[in-house]
Design a protein around this ligand. Structure first.
Ligand SMILES: NC(=O)C1=CN([C@@H]2O[C@H](COP(=O)(O)OP(=O)(O)OC[C@H]3O[C@@H](n4cnc5c(N)ncnc54)[C@H](OP(=O)(O)O)[C@@H]3O)[C@@H](O)[C@H]2O)C=CC1
Ligand SMILES: O=C(O)[C@@H]1CCC=N1
Length: 277
């Protein structure tokens, strides 16, 4: 792929929009991007927003591409893959799936078999160029393919390869679902501060800036998060009291349980969706 690749997205929802928006902000051209979805009025708003080409015909969309990104919900993936299989078996693009749970083998079988396929587990902060994605390649994927997918996902954040596909369950439970965990923390902090009398807008602004600042510090610092935490905890002070309250309340166990719940669900989805189709 020495020229810039044509990239077709099947599905135009939250994740596809996030990825496309981030890519366009980072040097990709709208003229190289196609998008398909069933609802034409939604597609027209995608076209207006991004300037990309749109179609309600998934096969037509797939036919244009060097890289086809499967960005529909796992539950409709079998139908979508089987529908475009005759086209992609002919044109043999690199297939990229962002669906949770669905294994490379399951997807490949729905696509007719033998295609290069990369599974990516991205997350919604891709929309603001701060995504975190885990990537896994099947054995048909070339070095040039790897570089093309890496470039796409690096343009919207960080992109890290895993060599064992099972590790994508861990990536899903960590960074795929992870933005929601931090949004929950924001909601809870904002509610607590508002109850204590601070204006909701002020509470939200302070909580967001605190989370962003803590994340930036953790990324830049040589100290581990435990040390950064201890740096805030003046002996006998307010933070120490709050951190002990979190610890005594079982926050670490709760985080482990929530992580395990997401991890297990990712495994269940792989099985359920593969068995059902
Ligand atoms: N949301 C997240 O945080 C993350 C999601 N993912 C994965 O990304 C994928 C998409 O999720 P998300 O963007 O949140 O979902 P959305 O529901 O926002 O988007 C799904 C898109 O698929 C379209 N669609 C539905 N049926 C078809 C079809 N038959 N052919 C073509 N397009 C179709 C929908 O069209 P219409 O709008 O017209 O209904 C919609 O545009 C999922 O597989 C999910 O597992 C991965 C990581 C994070
Ligand atoms: O909740 C889900 O299933 C998807 C995968 C990770 C984030 N959203």
């Amino acid at each position: 792929m020495s020229r810039s690749p044509t990239i077709s997205f099947i599905g135009a929802g939250n994740m596809a929009s996030g990825i496309i928006g981030g890519m366009l902000d980072n040097g990709y051209q709208a003229s190289d991007i196609w998008v398909s979805a069933p609802d034409d009025s939604h597609l027209q708003s995608v076209r207006k927003r991004f300037g990309v080409s749109v179609t309600t015909d998934n096969r037509h969309c797939a036919e244009q591409a060097d890289i086809v990104v499967l960005a529909v919900k796992p539950q409709v993936m079998a139908e979508v893959c089987r529908n475009i299989a005759p086209v992609v078996q002919n044109t043999r693009p690199l297939m990229v799936s962002i669906a949770a749970g669905l294994t490379a083998d399951t997807l490949d079988s729905w696509l007719g078999g033998g295609l290069p396929l990369v599974r990516v587990m991205p997350n919604t902060p891709s929309l603001v160029g701060k995504g975190a994605a885990g990537l896994f390649a099947n054995n048909q994927v070339s070095q040039a393919h790897r570089e093309a997918v890496q470039a796409m996902f690096q343009s919207i954040g960080s992109a890290l390869w895993v060599e064992d596909e099972n590790l994508l369950h861990s990536v899903t439970a960590l960074s795929g679902s992870g933005p929601a965990y931090f949004f929950l923390m924001l909601e809870a902090l904002e509610a607590a501060a508002t109850e204590a009398g601070i204006e909701p807008e002020t509470a939200r602004a302070l909580a967001i800036q605190t989370m962003a600042g803590a994340a930036e510090m953790a990324a830049r610092s040589d100290d581990d998060p435990g040390q950064l935490k201890r740096n805030v905890m003046s002996p006998g002070g307010t933070t120490e009291r709050a951190i002990h309250t979190f610890e005594d309340g079982g926050l670490r166990d709760l985080v482990k349980k929530a992580y395990a719940a997401a991890y297990d669900r990712s495994g269940e989805m792989s099985k359920e969706l593969a068995d059902k189709q």
